[in-house]
Write a protein that binds this ligand. Structure first.
Ligand SMILES: [Zn+2]
Length: 309
């Protein structure tokens, strides 16, 4: 996973893997549910990001998707806004529909199913973040909030005076934050770098569905509807289902990226990608595209390609 500064929410690698697997194999209802949750979470973060981009906060130092460790405990932060004297930590929830709160517990209204109390989760992350900042020797206060980003969310019997921002309050909340912005200082930049440096790579493979190369449907997926594309002209592929056309070269590169993501240990060869693309293009075309974008490592028997550094 990238260790670059996360100045924008990135789609989690896990989500990208699911997106590639979904049209290529049968997933269990639990796996599909997990995928939906991941997708929703990411959409929520993007919505929050876009909202901030429209305000005076867009030039502030904000980091997204940090996975950190304090006292040997991992914790995740959706978004951090670093101001001169204060750090704001945001946990973004894309809950949709009616929920209710009863004796410190949260339930989905329609099913009465209990969900994890997000306030406890917030407290835990805040505690660990404070530990981490102390370990680093920073004297800075933290203010943390749960942001309910989805306008279709309602929480009945919501407790008062809790660090929760509901959809109807979000605009005012951001306006208030905007008024306290100051120019970003060198000290803040250093701290942001420290966060990025300490960002942990997530070990996602244990949470993924089991999949094998042999069992997956091969072919190039339509980026709109994830059906399989077929050759159209010599520069374009076409989706029979939704009718969209895609640039052949870009589509092959996208497919290659999926191959590499799903099977990081497999060598990228003309034959492997020829097969992965469902044999719909000639080997010559595949080789031309790989040669153009990747570095060829020549071996007597097993030449393969590497991504350019
Ligand atoms: Zn399509």
């Amino acid at each position: 996973m990238s260790t670059k500064p996360h100045r924008k929410p990135l789609p989690p690698k896990e989500l990208a893997i699911f997106q590639s697997l979904l049209p290529r194999m049968e997933l269990s209802p639990q796996e599909k549910q997990h995928y939906e949750n991941l997708k929703k979470g990411y959409e929520g973060e993007l919505a929050f990001y876009s909202l901030l981009q429209q305000t005076g906060l867009k030039d502030q130092l904000i980091l997204y998707d940090l996975l950190l460790q304090a006292n040997q405990t991992e914790f995740q932060i959706d978004s951090l806004l670093m101001q001169r004297k204060k750090i704001f930590m945001f946990e973004i929830k894309n809950y949709e529909g009616d929920f209710y709160f009863q004796q410190d517990q949260w339930y989905v209204a329609t099913t009465r199913k209990e969900i994890r109390n997000p306030l406890l989760q917030l407290k835990r992350s805040e505690f660990l973040l404070r530990q981490l900042l102390q370990n680093w020797g920073h004297d800075v206060s933290i203010e943390s909030y749960i942001i309910f980003i989805n306008p279709e969310f309602t929480l009945y019997h919501a407790p008062l005076n809790q660090p929760m921002i509901f959809p109807t309050q979000l605009k005012r909340f951001i306006e208030k934050l905007t008024t306290s912005t100051t120019a970003v200082t060198q000290k803040q930049i250093k701290m942001a770098e420290q966060f990025v440096k300490n960002h942990q790579d997530q070990s996602i493979f244990e949470r993924l569905p089991q999949y094998k190369h042999e069992q997956l449907t091969k072919g190039i997926l339509c980026s709109t509807c994830t059906s399989l594309l077929t050759p159209f002209t010599y520069k374009k592929l076409r989706c029979e289902k939704c009718g969209c056309e895609e640039d052949l070269e870009a589509a092959v590169m996208q497919s290659l990226e999926e191959f590499h993501l799903l099977f990081p240990d497999r060598k990228i060869t003309t034959n492997a990608i020829h097969e992965w693309c469902g044999f719909i293009l000639s080997k010559k075309t595949i080789r031309r595209i790989l040669t153009k974008h990747l570095t060829l490592v020549k071996r007597a028997k097993a030449s393969h390609f590497l991504y350019k550094q």
